[in-house]
Design a protein around this ligand. Structure first.
Ligand code: SF4
Ligand code: SF4
Length: 383
């Protein structure tokens, strides 16, 4: 049985996309499970209100074609997400407009207009025992997790597992960063969300992905494929391989491997094609990995202290590019640790308070906040 499907798709041309979508879904069971009268929620990546050519959000042509396929089966289709920032009608509708979702609406999708939040207990969660989530997800008979393949400041890679963090309202997301400051715990929290909402299908838009200062301010990178799986973690493992990233550089993948949700060995995953044909050479990843390898884990007390110290010295940190910064204050407003202050148009980061969540980097509208990897970490990375 095929677990992850990969299909080439060279452009966002409507016809090509439709053919590729049908082809990529077929090996993982297609849309056979969709019944007339069902409500299918497509959880897209709509992290910020940016046009499709910036490669930040799931491309509208893909959402359109998937909507048509689901409608043909008699399903009601709802597209939604909770971008970073205020979870309100006005703000999210601006994001829809910028991301080109009007087109998906014309194809028959409903763009979610329910901005209520709901609380839920989650006793089976490893770290996430209760949560506040976007109430519209309760409408779903099934969720399709339609992500974009991107580099990510905190989690190394943004793909299927990370996309489900959008189940948490944007206004609440910083609280979760503060509650789970350690990368390992944050990743476990995301895997708890994946396990709780259990997308029926995960699809990755990797026709044009993003590299460098992702997930919102990097450069679009042509990759030329679509991927699909019933497991977000298996899809992520294959995507990591394609980008040349190791599992231990992606905390959500490490968390999923630790729970037996995917194999670390990509050879153990049944893929319909040869992964080598999809490789993205010299992918520019975001530089957070070094700190992860020195995060104070292990049982030897001396090694624990040394490891923590090394973690502080070698960890990647947010840094402002003064020329590009316009002192708009978005970073200070979103920082869950209240580590950023702006005085006389100068941004300062309190390193003692900073928990390295990279929300500031993710939401800086000018791409002025970057992930800085200390020189020691660059040298250590080459050892
Ligand atoms: S969000 Fe970006 S541009 Fe705005 S103050 Fe922060 S670093 Fe500067
Ligand atoms: S300064 Fe940036 S990286 Fe540090 S805690 Fe604040 S938002 Fe997160």
């Amino acid at each position: 049985m095929i677990e992850v499907s990969l299909v080439k798709c060279e452009s966002y041309d409507e016809k090509e996309v439709r053919t590729a979508l049908e082809a990529v879904l077929e090996p993982v069971g297609g849309l056979e499970w969709v019944r007339s009268g069902m409500t299918v929620v497509i959880k897209a990546n709509l992290v910020a209100g940016m046009s499709p050519d910036k490669a930040v959000t799931t491309h509208p042509v893909l959402l359109c074609e998937l909507t048509k396929m689901l409608k043909a089966k008699g399903a009601t289709v709802v597209i939604g997400d909770s971008p970073g920032g205020i979870y309100s009608h006005a703000y999210v509708n601006r994001v829809y407009a910028a991301a080109g979702l009007k087109a998906a609406e014309e194809c028959g999708a409903e763009l979610n207009q329910d901005f209520l939040q709901r609380d839920m207990e989650n006793p089976d969660g490893k770290v996430l025992k209760n949560l506040t989530y976007t109430a519209y997800l309760d409408r779903a008979d099934a969720i399709i997790d339609f992500c974009k393949l991107k580099s990510h400041g905190m989690m190394g890679m943004s793909a299927a597992a990370k996309n489900m963090f959008g189940a948490i309202p944007g206004t609440i997301k910083p609280e979760y960063h503060f509650k789970y400051p350690k990368y390992e715990d944050f990743a476990d929290m995301i895997v708890d969300i994946d396990e709780l909402f259990k997308p029926r299908l995960s699809i990755v838009d990797a026709i044009t992905g993003m590299e460098g200062n992702g997930p919102t301010a990097g450069e679009p990178r042509y990759m030329g494929f679509l991927g699909a799986s019933c497991s977000p973690h298996k899809l992520d493992r294959v995507c990591a391989e394609i980008l040349g990233l190791t599992s231990d550089s992606i905390p959500t993948l490490t968390a999923a491997i630790n729970r037996g949700l995917t194999s670390e060995k990509v050879e153990d995953i049944a893929v319909n094609a040869d992964i080598k044909d999809f490789l993205v050479p010299d992918f520019k990843h975001n530089a957070t990995r070094s700190g992860l390898q020195f995060s104070g884990r292990g049982n030897n007390p001396v090694m624990k202290v040394a490891s923590k110290l090394m973690g502080k010295i070698l960890r990647s940190v947010p840094k402002v590019h003064k020329i590009e910064c316009v002192a708009c204050g978005v970073c200070a407003g979103i920082c869950p640790a209240k580590a950023i202050t702006i005085e006389n148009k100068k941004v300062s980061i309190d390193r003692e308070k900073c928990i390295c969540c990279f929300c500031c980097q993710e939401f800086c509208p000018k791409g002025a906040m970057v992930v800085h990897r200390p020189i020691g970490a660059k040298i250590a990375g080459k050892l």
